[in-house]
Ligand binder design. Structure first.
Ligand code: ACO
Length: 366
């Protein structure tokens, strides 16, 4: 019989050393390469933080201009990828479309080992894929990318077809920065496992998108808005949440494998969302649901240290900038592709195939 150390869910197991990020779940801290993530979200842009994660330092003016140019030059989709997106039936969810379209981007030029060129080329295209599909679903002709707009502004422009509101760009940029990187989460681990076999970047990111889609990971924010809409009124919050917990259900946007205190991204995004939603009854209800949810989790799940996670306020920010629910998880992927690809580069720099064990508990042949 095999007797390897068993760690269900790999809890507490480190599978790599990284200098990309520190996720301190006890103290609620998040650091990207020596910088507080919340400070990066306030003082820097998507492109600057991507540069930090990919190249190891914040860019000089020239380095930033070079990266922006490269991203802009790579935004267009090949015709066959647009054709594939258009062939997918309208009832297929956006994350499945994104997974398929990213997979279709693979060419021999993406072969292992991964390179910065491959990574930038791919990151530039994710917003275009999401916006292309979204326009089609809305019955609009997809808009091409605009070279005068930065990554986040161009994404909002392509999604909505109108001049992006600067306050919305800033808020979405903060969200996209705060979710670029987060240690060895399930989707990043999936990408690193694939890359550790010396498979190509596109295969690694396709796997990561599949993992992000699940409601226990990146699929939660749209379920947060569904929960708040189902609750409907402040009076209904306690009975609704209590019934959910009584039936063994989970409250979406609460709990985290690593954070046993408030998720620092939730703290930062709460501020961003509240600035945009001062008079919004939805946000007022959401903050009430948060308060009641935390109280009931303490009652039903004492000592589990369940707090609000990033997804709760991610939903609030994305809603406040006018994105509908179907865009929440794909927008998470638009940001997390930076962290995934930084991990794939890191894995390749010191690669050993990731190959854990399982313990056989079945019967033996007679
Ligand atoms: N609502 C109710 N109970 C919960 C919740 C929740 N949101 N989260 C955990 N619990 C309870 C579990 O029922 C379990 O209770 P038990 O010991 O009585 O059986 C205990 O807390 C521990 O739960 P686990 O499933 O072991 O915790 P794990 O670390 O495996 O899961 C996870 C973490 C998946 C995030 C979980 O908290 C959850 O399902 N949350 C809701 C979904 C969600 O918000 N996902 C987004 C996460 S953030 C991100 O990935 C970007």
């Amino acid at each position: 019989m095999s007797t390897n150390t068993l760690a269900i869910g790999l809890e507490g197991i480190a599978v790599a050393e990284t200098d990309l990020s520190l996720v301190d779940g006890t103290n609620g801290l998040l650091v990207y390469r020596g910088h507080w993530a919340r400070d990066l979200a306030i003082h820097h842009t998507f492109e600057e933080v991507a540069h930090l994660l990919w190249y190891g330092h914040l860019p000089s003016e020239q380095e930033l201009a070079d990266l922006q140019e490269k991203l802009k030059a790579n935004r267009e989709l090949p015709a066959h990828v647009k054709g594939i997106i258009d062939l997918i039936p309208a009832d297929v969810d956006m994350m499945s479309v994104l997974r398929t379209a990213v997979s279709a981007l693979g060419t021999p030029a993406h072969a292992w080992p991964p390179s910065l060129e491959q990574v930038i080329g791919l990151t530039a295209k994710l917003p275009t894929i999401v916006a292309h599909r979204y326009a089609r679903l809305e019955g609009r002709e997809p808009l091409g990318p605009r070279a005068d707009l930065n990554h986040t502004a161009n994404y909002l422009y392509m999604l909505k077809g109108t001049e992006p509101n600067p306050a919305h760009v800033r808020a979405l940029d903060a969200y996209l920065i705060l979710t670029q990187e987060h240690g060895m989460n399930a989707s990043t681990f999936s990408g690193r496992v694939v890359s550790s076999t010396q498979s190509d970047l596109i295969s690694a990111i396709t796997a990561a998108i599949g993992a992000l889609k699940g409601p226990l990971h990146g699929g939660a924010p749209s379920e947060v808005t569904e929960m708040i809409e189902a609750i409907g009124t402040k009076e209904n919050a306690e009975p609704w949440l209590r019934a959910k917990l009584e039936s063994g259900g989970r409250l979406m946007g609460f709990g985290h494998r690593v954070y046993k205190t408030i998720d620092p991204r939730a703290t930062a995004l709460r501020v961003v969302a509240s600035e945009l939603s001062a008079d919004d009854p939805w946000f007022d209800l959401a903050t009430h649901v948060e308060k009641v949810g935390l109280k009931l989790l303490e009652e039903y799940k004492p000592n589990r240290k369940l707090n609000t996670n990033v997804e709760f306020f991610a939903a609030a920010v994305m809603r406040a900038v006018g994105l509908d629910d179907s865009l929440f998880t794909p927008t998470f992927a638009v940001s997390r592709v930076v962290g995934w690809s930084a991990h794939v580069l890191e894995q390749a720099s010191n690669n050993r195939i990731i190959r854990p064990q399982s313990n056989y508990i079945g019967s033996m042949p007679e």
